[in-house]
Design a protein around this ligand. Structure first.
Ligand SMILES: Nc1ncnc2c1ncn2[C@@H]1O[C@H](COP(=O)(O)OP(=O)(O)O)[C@@H](O)[C@H]1O
Ligand SMILES: [Mg+2]
Length: 421
């Protein structure tokens, strides 16, 4: 039998023959050896630790590779949009693939499926496997817009009648709902503002939110159909949900509502269907307002003539308010507002108002800016006669420029050399 390692170093037979001093020597030797062994043991333990750590790492890498491999082996699931739910008989739905192909497929009744949702289908049976999350995050769209606007009624020239109506319907109903209840008036849902571009629809909506101390959530209807293709209805639904979750009052402003609420035409193009679905969702949300005291809708359009009668029906909007081009008195007020902070001298607002017929509020704002530019240019060019103010002539010149530009835009000079001339 081979000798074990321990007996290699200590030989009992030999020990008995040692002289005392030899014995102390032997003990020292053994102590040193013991130290050496301990050190070696420690080193080995450290090595073991490292090896174990390496093993764990490789195990993890292996698992990662395995999952990746599994993913690579999985069949892709086609994505489709739910066109229509057929709920009467068992749970089936009409879905449309991106390619335009439509299928009737089954779905698990436990899945919460809505029309307009993105879904993943089983490759062979085409049944709905899962409802995909929205491709856009409504939080991102809505969060930054959920603010209290700082625009006030003082920044609006003219429109005093319109402002009064807005305060009545929106501000008052939010701040004193009990008065409405007392008089048996159901809380208003919203107001539609219509009129030419630049007449202050957005401005008035913001000022109303400010007056009512309400958060302002703007939805640009054209974006709903162009930018968030296939997501319009879902986005409307989720944004109103966000508004409902707010504690305080919220004003949802749907700008250029005609983009989704134009008169409905034949439903054969998918683009049309998309628009209709978004509109239907909006109407459904409005109908649901009755149970909520805190949300008001303000919609705006330049094209009331093409709006779907469904949205103009009584019971949808409480008021339909026109914002016309400003009359002379209003124009004067608007000039005053937009020149308030401008350094100026010798300005006759009456004359400006007389000369600026057909101009909208936005046009007048642009004219004031232009007049400042004319004055600035003059100031920089005339080094001797530097002036630091906007004068009446600058404003008249700016009005004139504006009118000429508009005339050119509406009657562009005809090209004499045409391709087919
Ligand atoms: N009645 C008005 N009084 C003062 N400024 C106005 C008025 N109407 C328009 N403006 C100016 O024109 C800008 C654009 O108006 P906006 O409200 O966006 O018009 P709309 O939404 O009707 O197209 C406003 O920010 C404001 O500076
Ligand atoms: Mg606007």
């Amino acid at each position: 039998m081979p000798r074990s390692k321990a007996t290699q170093y200590v030989d009992n037979d030999k020990l008995s023959t040692f002289e005392p001093n030899q014995l102390t020597e032997e003990i020292r030797r053994l102590r040193q050896m013991e130290k050496l062994i301990l050190r070696k043991k420690l080193a080995m333990e450290m090595k073991l630790q490292n090896v174990l750590a390496d093993r764990d790492m490789y195990k993890r890498k292996f698992l990662e590779a395995q999952t990746k491999l599994e993913q690579l082996n999985l069949n892709p699931l086609p994505v489709a949009v739910v066109e229509k739910l057929i709920t009467e008989d068992e749970n089936r739905a009409v879905v449309r693939l991106i390619s335009g192909q439509m299928f009737v497929c089954h779905y698990d009744p436990n899945l919460a499926i809505h029309e307009g949702d993105n879904v993943a289908l089983h490759q062979r049976s085409m049944s709905i496997m899962e409802v995909l999350p929205s491709f856009i995050d409504p939080n991102v769209v809505a969060m930054e817009l959920m603010t209290l606007p700082d625009t006030t009624y003082e920044e609006i020239g003219g429109l005093s009648q319109e402002i009064m109506e807005m305060r009545e319907v929106i501000e008052l109903s939010l701040s004193q709902p009990e008065v409405f209840k007392e008089f048996n008036i159901s809380p208003p849902r919203g107001v539609l503002l219509y009129g030419p571009p630049g007449t202050g629809k957005t401005l008035l909506a913001k000022a109303t939110a400010n007056g009512a101390q309400a958060k302002f959530l703007k939805l640009a209807a054209p974006e709903l159909v162009q930018k968030f293709i296939g997501e319009g209805a879902r986005l409307v639904r989720e944004i109103f949900k966000k508004a409902r979750d707010e504690k305080g009052p919220v004003i949802v402003f749907v700008d250029e509502i005609d983009a989704i609420a134009a008169h409905r035409t034949a439903e054969n193009q998918s683009g049309e269907r998309e628009v209709n679905r978004t509109l239907m969702q909006l109407l459904a949300e409005m109908d649901g307002f009755e149970n909520n005291d805190n949300i008001r809708l303000i919609a705006a359009t330049n094209r009331i003539d093409i709006l779907d009668p469904a949205i103009l029906r009584p019971g949808r909007f409480d008021r339909i308010i026109e914002l016309p081009l400003p009359n002379e008195a209003s124009r004067q007020a608007i000039f005053k507002i937009h020149l308030k902070k401008t350094p100026k001298y010798g300005i006759h607002l009456e004359e400006l108002a007389q000369r600026s017929d057909e101009l909208s509020g936005a046009d007048i704002k642009a004219v004031c800016m232009e007049a400042s530019m004319i004055a600035l240019r003059d100031h920089l060019n005339n080094t001797k006669k530097a002036r630091k103010r906007v004068l009446q002539k600058d404003l008249l010149k700016a009005i004139e420029n504006f009118k000429t530009k508009r005339k050119i835009q509406s009657n562009p000079p005809t090209q004499s050399v045409g391709l087919y001339a």
